[in-house]
Design a protein around this ligand. Structure first.
Ligand code: UD1
Length: 434
């Protein structure tokens, strides 16, 4: 599907089900490679990133069987390293987790540098530092990553991350799960999907403690056994629907969430005059009055998530007064602002800061999804804009949002997906999206 056409102005009412967490799924699927036996994953999101990771495992020799659309059985008993995976590993960011998983499983790894959303330089030096500390030698050249251990097994080590990195924390956890001895990782990230990965590994027989704090201790085990695991709901998908209601107005019950994971988003929306009520595993979001200005700074969890920055900036475009958004994680995450300007937004960006002058309304326009969350922000903008918004390059959005069009239509939005024959340029983008 190439573009979404949105006629803005409909308020949103009803209920929406949140899918399993993308960022947990993209860590847990590679980790399943280390398990002896069948891993059953439930609450798996149906998105292109998870499809690609399952295909990678299949190309390596895994048996992958969909039990139903959100449950998969993965049997990695007969996997081996393969060059066939390279075009897929190049197209997604999370393929870097294969390094930790392959080292854990085979004592060596062979993959490519990861692809993924482009919001500035995305180094993997902390991943490499961690693998080296665990005893791997790593060479990177011509876009390929090769890693080896001297005797086929990693050894536990003490690792201090120089930067709080979600990816490095996860990759080292995966690698250390089957290393010999104790690994201690300090200054780690605390995102909900890090806890989810630890819970997954432990339920397969690993010994991981401290996930959710800033020190994680992993006592390596000889083998991991099969089992069933249900992924947590997606914090960012839920947050995106919360901002959609804030922008468009209305009242929506957002089901299958962990409200605690949403606290930073709920608190900010309340500050802006939106009602957010927690009810068990749901939040009810209502906006029937004007939006107030607010300042937002993105930070590692439990701070306001950088992956909600484009969506909240979009909502702030409609708030009364001047808001300031500061990006605290990435160097360059404001490319989408040019697209919002096409819709009448008044935003000035200086380095990591965006100053947003509230406008009465946005106006529909042709815009592009520059990356996954930027694309979600364009959809949020289109829902509340006057007139028609056409969002191009939605392949980025479909990396991380399961059936966003169907879910929004069920809430009363006027949004349709339009498929067009692939042009060479679109084909290229599709290959590179991830
Ligand atoms: C993950 C998320 C992404 C989110 C980000 C921050 C996944 C698949 N993706 O990305 O959606 O935006 O967390 O919440 O879970 N850094 C280094 N060296 C490294 C690694 C990271 O300097 O080796 C820096 C990055 O440039 C960035 C910061 O650390 O400034 C955080 O990056 P990190 O948490 O690693 O992001 P990802 O895991 O790539």
């Amino acid at each position: 599907m190439d573009k979404y056409i949105i006629k803005g102005g409909n308020q949103l009412f009803g209920e929406v089900e949140i899918s399993g967490a993308k960022n947990a799924a993209v860590a847990i699927i590679p980790a399943a490679m280390m398990v002896d036996g069948v891993v059953r994953l439930e609450n798996l999101p149906q998105i292109s990133d998870t499809d690609k990771l399952l295909q990678i495992l299949e190309l390596m020799g895994a048996q992958v069987r969909m039990v139903n659309p959100s449950t998969v059985d993965i049997d990695c008993s007969h996997v081996s390293l393969s060059n066939k995976i390279f075009s897929l590993t190049r197209s997604i960011r999370a393929s870097y987790y294969l390094i930790g998983a392959m080292l854990g499983r085979f004592g060596k790894a062979k993959t490519t540098m990861p692809g993924g959303c482009n919001f500035g330089v995305r180094p993997i030096d902390q991943h490499v530092k961690g693998m080296k500390a665990l005893g791997a030698s790593i060479s990177i050249g011509r876009g390929l990553i090769n890693a080896e251990t001297r005797d086929g097994r990693l050894r536990g080590a003490r690792i201090y991350l120089d930067k709080v990195s979600v990816g490095a924390t996860i990759n080292i956890m995966i690698a250390a799960a089957m290393a010999e001895g104790l690994t201690v990782i300090e200054n780690v990230a605390r995102e909900p999907h890090i806890v989810d990965l630890a819970n997954f590994l432990n339920s397969m027989g690993a010994d991981v403690r401290g996930a959710g704090t800033d020190v994680i201790k992993i006592r390596g085990v000889r083998s991991l056994h099969g089992g069933t695991y249900a992924l947590i709901p997606d914090q960012i998908e839920a947050g995106t629907y919360m901002t959609a209601v804030a922008a468009a107005g209305g009242e929506v019950r957002i089901n299958n969430v962990i409200p605690r994971h949403l606290e930073c988003i709920s608190a900010k929306l309340r500050e802006m005059g939106v009602t957010v009520e927690e009810q068990g595993d749901a939040v009810i979001v209502r906006r029937d009055g004007p939006l107030e200005r607010a300042n937002v700074k993105t930070q590692p969890y439990p701070g306001f998530p950088t992956d909600m920055q484009p969506q909240i900036t979009t909502v702030l475009c409609m708030a009364q007064g001047t808001s300031v958004v500061t990006e605290g994680v990435w160097d360059n995450r404001y490319k989408y602002v040019n697209e919002l300007r096409k819709m009448g937004a008044e935003i000035t960006v200086s380095g990591k800061t965006a100053i947003i002058e509230g406008v009465n309304h946005l106006v529909g326009a042709p815009v592009a999804a520059c990356d996954l969350r930027a694309g979600a922000a364009m959809v949020v903008a289109g829902l509340c804009a006057e007139g028609t918004t056409v969002v191009e390059d939605v392949v980025y959005i479909e990396r991380g949002y399961q059936d966003i069009v169907g879910k929004l239509r069920a809430l009363g939005a006027d949004i349709v997906a339009v498929t067009e024959p692939d042009e060479p340029e679109q084909e290229r983008r599709r290959e590179n999206a991830g």
